[in-house]
Design a protein around this ligand. Structure first.
Ligand SMILES: NC(=O)c1ccc[n+]([C@@H]2O[C@H](COP(=O)([O-])OP(=O)(O)OC[C@H]3O[C@@H](n4cnc5c(N)ncnc54)[C@H](O)[C@@H]3O)[C@@H](O)[C@H]2O)c1
Length: 378
C-alpha cells in the first residue's frame, strides 16, 4: 500500500492524475489537499472521494499546521505537488499571490515532508531518509523561457523565466533542488508543456474557445496568434508523472512534451473546425448551442461557427514566442512517450465539454466571472 499526498487535485491536471492512479492501482491511498481557489472544484473529484482510498482536505499548502497535521495523521510515501496559481494572465495582474502559493507553498511542503521523513544523520551530517519516500514537483516548460524558430528545451537548458508565473515556478524548482542538494532529500521534478483535456478551467485557451463558441461569442487570440506551444493530452502527462514518481531517478528533472507544436491560431482554427464537424454529425450537440440561429427550414444552423469569430486582441505583456520540449530523457530512461495523437485528443476533449456542460456552468458560476469577458467585453 502506497499513501500519497496530492495537492491541488481539485484542479485540472491534479484531478486527472488522481483519477488515473486510483484506476491503475488497487493498493493506493490518496489524500487530496486543495484550497479550492476559483480554479479548484470539489465537483471535479466528488465521485473519487470515498473516504477509504481517497480523502479530501480543504486547506492551503502554505499552512504549516494543516500540512504538519496531515503528516502526523498519514504515513505518506509520496508527495505530489500540483497546487499552484497557474494562469499567466492572472500572474501579470497579481504577481504576489503567485509568489505566496507557488514558492512559499512549495517550500512549506518540502519542509513538512523533511521533518516527517528524516530518520537520522549520516557520518557527514546529512539527514538520512525513510526508505521509499519521494517528493515530486509538477513544473512547467515555461521555466526555460522562450525559444526562437528552432531548437528544443532539454533538462540542461538554462532556466530563464519571463512571466511572474514562470518566475514563481522556477523559484519553486530551485527550492526543490536546494532541498536535494542541502539535505539529500529524495525529490524529482517534471517540466511539462501545455496540457489539454477534460476538467481544464474555461479561462485557458482550448476550453475558453469551446465555451465561447457554444455561447456565440467572439474568440480572442493574442497578438497575431503566432505564439507556439507544444500541446500534450493530460492523461499522457499523468502517465509521465506516475512513472517518474515510482521509477524516476532520485534528484532528477524530466521534461515531458508531446512533440506537437501548434500556433495559438492553429489551435483556435482546429477547435472551430472540430466543433463544426461534431455539430454537423450530431443533432443532440446542436441543441447545446446557446446561440440558436435557425436556417430556412427552422433547423439549428451552424454556418456561423467559422473563423470569422476570431478576434485578435492586444498581445499579452512579455508573451513568450515559442515553447518546445525534447522528451528524449524520459523516453530513454522510463519508456514514456505521448500516446494520444492531437487529432484524437482534441475530439475527446471537445466531446467531453459538450457532454459536461453542467460542470462548465458550475465552475464558472458564483464568484467566478469570465476573465476574458472582464478584459475584452462580450
Ligand atoms: N496546465 C498546464 O498546461 C500545465 C503545464 C505544465 C505544468 N503545469 C503545472 O501543473 C500544476 C497543475 O496545473 P493545473 O493546470 O491543473 O492548475 P489549476 O489552476 O487547474 O489547478 C490548481 C489547483 O491548485 C489549487 N490551489 C491553488 N492554490 C492553492 C493553495 N495555496 N493551497 C492548496 N491548493 C491550492 C486550486 O484550488 C486548484 O485546484 C501547476 O503546478 C502548474 O504549474 C500546468
Amino acid at each position: 500500500m502506497k499513501t500519497y499526498l496530492v495537492t491541488g487535485a481539485a484542479g485540472f491536471i491534479g484531478a486527472n492524475y488522481v483519477k488515473y492512479i486510483l484506476a491503475k492501482y488497487s493498493d493506493v491511498k490518496v489524500v487530496i489537499l486543495d484550497a479550492l481557489t476559483y480554479a479548484g472544484n470539489l465537483g471535479t473529484i466528488a465521485k473519487d472521494i470515498d473516504n477509504e482510498r481517497c480523502f479530501f482536505i480543504k486547506g492551503d499548502i502554505c499552512n504549516r499546521d494543516v500540512v504538519d497535521g496531515l503528516f502526523a495523521e498519514y504515513r505518506f510515501d509520496y508527495v505530489v505537488n500540483f497546487a499552484a496559481e497557474s494562469h499567466v494572465d492572472r500572474s501579470i495582474e497579481n504577481p504576489q499571490l503567485f509568489l505566496i502559493t507557488n514558492i512559499l507553498g512549495t517550500q512549506n511542503l518540502l519542509d513538512c515532508a523533511r521533518r516527517a521523513w528524516v530518520m537520522g544523520k549520516d557520518e557527514q551530517g546529512y539527514p538520512t531518509w525513510r526508505r521509499g519516500v519521494r517528493y515530486h514537483q509538477v513544473s512547467t516548460d515555461e521555466v526555460y523561457g522562450s525559444l526562437g524558430a528552432e531548437g528544443y528545451f532539454t533538462e540542461t537548458t538554462p532556466l530563464c523565466p519571463h512571466s511572474p508565473y514562470s518566475a514563481s515556478k522556477t523559484s519553486a524548482d530551485m527550492f526543490v533542488m536546494a532541498y536535494r542538494d542541502t539535505y539529500k532529500m529524495p525529490v524529482t521534478i517534471t517540466r511539462c508543456s501545455n496540457n489539454y483535456g477534460p476538467y481544464h478551467f474555461p479561462e485557458k485557451l482550448i476550453p475558453l474557445i469551446i465555451k465561447n463558441i457554444l455561447e456565440g461569442k467572439r474568440l480572442p487570440v493574442y497578438g497575431d496568434g503566432s505564439n507556439v506551444r507544444d500541446w500534450l493530452y493530460v492523461e499522457d502527462h499523468c502517465k509521465a508523472i506516475d512513472l517518474v514518481v515510482r521509477e524516476g531517478k532520485e534528484g532528477e528533472v524530466y521534461n515531458v512534451g508531446g512533440h506537437n507544436e501548434k500556433t495559438n491560431l492553429e489551435i483556435v482554427k482546429l477547435t472551430i473546425a472540430t466543433i463544426h464537424r461534431l455539430m454537423a454529425d450530431n443533432s443532440e450537440y446542436r441543441k447545446i448551442l446557446k446561440k440558436k440561429v435557425k436556417d430556412a427550414n427552422g433547423e439549428i444552423s451552424i454556418d456561423w461557427i467559422n473563423e470569422d469569430l476570431i478576434t485578435f486582441v492586444k498581445d499579452r505583456l512579455g508573451h513568450d514566442q515559442r515553447y518546445a520540449i525534447d522528451p528524449t530523457k524520459i523516453t530513454n530512461a522510463l519508456g514514456w512517450r505521448p500516446e494520444t495523437k492531437f487529432e484524437v485528443g482534441i475530439v475527446k476533449t471537445i466531446e467531453w465539454y459538450l457532454e459536461n456542460q453542467a460542470w462548465v456552468e458550475e465552475v464558472t458560476s458564483g464568484d467566478y466571472q469570465g476573465y476574458y469577458e472582464k478584459m475584452y467585453g462580450k
